[in-house]
Design a protein around this ligand. Structure first.
Ligand SMILES: Nc1nc2c(ncn2[C@@H]2O[C@H](COP(=O)(O)OP(=O)(O)OP(=O)(O)O)[C@@H](O)[C@H]2O)c(=O)[nH]1
Ligand SMILES: [Mg+2]
Length: 681
């Protein structure tokens, strides 16, 4: 039976910008708690969490890693997540698995792009948050300045729970035992600020505090948890993962103050589908039915498919029969594992708060809900929001005959990665992810794990076509060759719809001029045009088609005739409806040294882009936000690299579609006509 009750479990994600020291901190916590005998390092590729060969090569975490340790009779599950923007999907995906997000900040670099994003993402999922300032051993750091910037960026509820002392060699406690000297600011004042903040959530306690001037840590426990849940308190602590300063204290903070599964905000589950879906609350009660959520899937070359899940309700044992989502066929757990980096440790039971894994269950998938009730309803977690993959490459096998193996490899990578997509259009296989490094990782993984190689080139831009005016269209399809003929005639109207509205087909035929059974054929013909519009062969969007009249023939009217008539009539109407080509416009955010800002802004403007604002991040670096057409950002990584000598980074996400300038439209139409002509030859 499970050794730990939910109250004796803490489940925490280490999140934050790349190289903040999360993996090293996980290592230091494991070491301090005695879970490992020696401390590995990222540089040597010897940490528990960064065990993947590509993680060792890149010296960055590329996937969420799971470890656990024991401290003061409490089991702590840690999820070490990647911090590089390209791999952030794996971190976002892991948030539903924990009560607490510990946002790790690099004391040398201060607040970075992912720091802010993670603070927001965690708040959106109602997680309790804490901030861990790491690398307090490093040279040339300004900790009082950083604390002020943290409070400036994330609010006055960010309060130190300990402070560095002896020049960062140790930390002093500001909560339980506030005495002694710190490197900056007063320990007593920090204590007072914490208590003031906590008692604000409990009127009675507040009155007592005002009367007596002090309340005990025991009395503060429940309001402390509530303040964390409400986002009214974000404790800040200081550590050096490398020297070990503050690591033992962090273990104590986690055990004594961070929420157990009964004290956090449970994640939102939904039952039923679409508008019918109703929220259900899960209870972290080991005796109830099982509700667990798969937040990580790995296809391991030796073990096969592994699904890592967090138990939110009930108890999972080897004998449990689990259903996957709305699947009808349960699987028996059989082997149940706790993970320690790459190690699989068999366990016999997991309760709410625990993170475990099952292997070789083919139907398991990312974001699946596992449950043991024979409920007919579809239960799932409130949807996660991921950044949209906007960096794309068209790929082709290097060796002929590899198509099938490449497609299988891609399928497996998609199963593991919520921010990686594979699409096929216009005879191209296009892979999309969050950045160049993400793309390189996928190609490296295909080569090293699946032994397939591909060549890459920039994909076609996903242009669209639409219309800007109402127009009429007509076509009569008539064929008389020997025996049976073909006859169908269609009159229709087209109207522009709001951008993003998609497509509508309206049947207004009166008096059976087109018999009801042929209307689907007309629609089928119209839809064929949607896939490749008449201007330049791009998908047609935001159009309403109203079929209002036609003619049929009692013998010669056939489905094919109406498909053809529908298609031609629609093309006829589009050509008269002032068709235009739309292009994707993306939001772009560039982080780079201040000195390069002029060049970067000038470059974006020259690429038909617009700058909407700049923010200062930490000293010397700025972030520029703006919009630009995707088609102008080919090779942007390389350009930014040369402008900033490798110091810049950027991210893009789809904003909306806009008409292309007339000269671009002309070029695209001419290219299409040329290609169509070549095909006819
Ligand atoms: N001086 C100093 N260096 C540290 C400390 N912690 C980590 N580092 C170094 O910082 C670098 C990044 O550490 P990681 O642990 O890989 O950082 P991470 O946050 O896991 O990075 P990602 O996996 O990319 O998100 C490594 O070179 C570490 O040795 C610390 O406390 N002090
Ligand atoms: Mg890491």
């Amino acid at each position: 039976m499970p050794k730990f009750a939910p109250e004796a479990i803490r489940t925490i994600a280490l999140v934050g910008h790349g190289a903040a020291g999360k993996t090293t901190l996980a290592e230091a916590l494991l070491y301090k708690a005695g879970a490992i005998n020696a401390m590995g390092s990222v540089e040597k590729g010897s940490t528990v969490c960064d065990f993947d060969p590509l993680e060792k090569t890149y010296q960055h975490s590329l996937n969420a890693s799971l470890v656990h340790l024991q401290h003061r009779d409490t089991r702590i599950h840690l999820v070490d997540t990647p911090g590089l923007p390209d791999f952030i999907g794996r971190a976002v995906g892991a948030l539903p698995a924990v009560e607490t997000a510990a946002v790790v900040i690099n004391a040398q670099n201060g607040i970075e792009m992912i720091t802010g994003r993670m603070m927001q993402w965690a708040a959106k999922r109602s997680l309790c948050r804490m901030i861990v300032v790491n690398k307090i051993d490093a040279e040339n750091i300004d900790l009082p300045g950083l604390l002020a910037r943290i409070q400036g960026a994330f609010g006055k509820e960010c309060l130190p729970i300990n402070l560095p002392a002896d020049g960062g060699k140790r930390v002093v406690d500001c909560f339980f035992n506030p005495s002694g000297e710190s490197d900056f600011s007063s320990v007593e004042e920090a204590h007072g600020a914490l208590v003031d903040q906590v008692v604000e959530v409990d009127e009675e306690l507040m009155a007592k505090y005002l009367e007596q001037g002090e309340v005990s840590p025991e009395q503060l426990h429940a309001p402390f948890e509530q303040a964390l849940r409400d986002g009214h308190l974000i404790p800040v602590c200081f550590v050096s993962a490398r020297s070990g300063a503050g690591v033992a204290e962090l273990l104590d903070i986690i055990v004594k103050l961070m929420p157990n599964p009964t004290e956090g905000n449970p994640p939102q589950f939904l039952k039923g589908e679409g508008a019918e879906a109703t929220p259900i609350r899960c209870e972290p009660d080991p005796k109830m039915h099982v509700l667990a959520h798969v937040f990580k899937v790995v296809i391991d070359p030796f073990v096969g498919k592994v699904g890592a899940f967090r138990v939110h309700q009930g108890t999972v044992t080897r004998d449990t029969q689990l259903f996957i989502g709305d699947g009808r066929k349960p699987f028996k757990v059989g082997h149940l594992f706790l993970l320690q980096g790459k190690e699989f440790l068999e366990t016999d039971g997991l309760v709410p708060g625990d993170i475990g894994a099952v292997a070789k269950v083919d139907e398991i998938h990312f974001d699946a809900v596992l449950h043991d009730s024979h409920d007919e309803d579809y239960i799932r977690l409130a949807p996660l929001e991921f950044p949209t993959p906007m960096h794309s490459l068209a790929i082709e096998p290097k060796r002929r005959g590899d198509e099938q193996r490449i497609s299988e490899a891609l399928h497996k990578i998609v199963a593991e990665d919520p921010t990686f997509r594979v699409t096929h259009h216009a005879a191209e296989t296009v892979i999309s992810g969050l950045g160049d490094l993400h793309m390189r990782y996928v190609l490296d993984k295909m080569a090293s794990q699946y032994h397939v190689e591909v060549t890459t080139r920039p994909p076609r831009i996903p242009y669209r076509e639409t219309i800007t005016a109402k127009a009429e269209g007509h076509h009569r399809h008539k064929k008389q060759t020997g025996g049976a003929g073909q006859f169908g005639e269609v009159f229709l109207r087209v109207e522009p719809l709001k951008r993003g509205a998609g497509f509508e087909f309206v049947d207004q035929v009166k008096g059976g001029t087109i018999p009801t059974q042929f209307i689907p054929a007309v629609e089928k013909g119209v839809r064929q045009v949607l896939e490749a519009g008449p201007v330049a062969g791009f998908p047609v969007h935001d159009v309403r088609v109203i079929v209002y009249d036609g003619k049929h023939h009692p013998v010669d009217s056939k489905e094919v005739a109406f498909i053809s008539a529908g298609k031609r009539a629609f093309m006829d109407a589009i050509s008269k409806a002032r068709p235009i080509i739309l292009e994707p416009i993306v939001n772009i955010e560039v982080n780079a040294p201040e000195a390069n800002m002029g060049d970067i802004a000038g470059d974006i403007s020259a690429k038909r882009g617009q700058i909407s604002g700049t923010d200062s991040m930490q000293a010397g670096t700025l972030s520029i936000k703006g919009q630009a057409p995707l088609s102008e950002l080919n090779n942007y990584q390389a350009r930014l690299k040369s402008v900033t000598a490798g110091q810049g980074s950027f991210s893009i996400e789809l904003s909306h579609y806009e008409p292309v300038p007339p000269n671009v439209q002309k070029d695209l139409a001419a290219q299409y006509a040329k290609a169509a002509h070549a095909e006819e030859q």
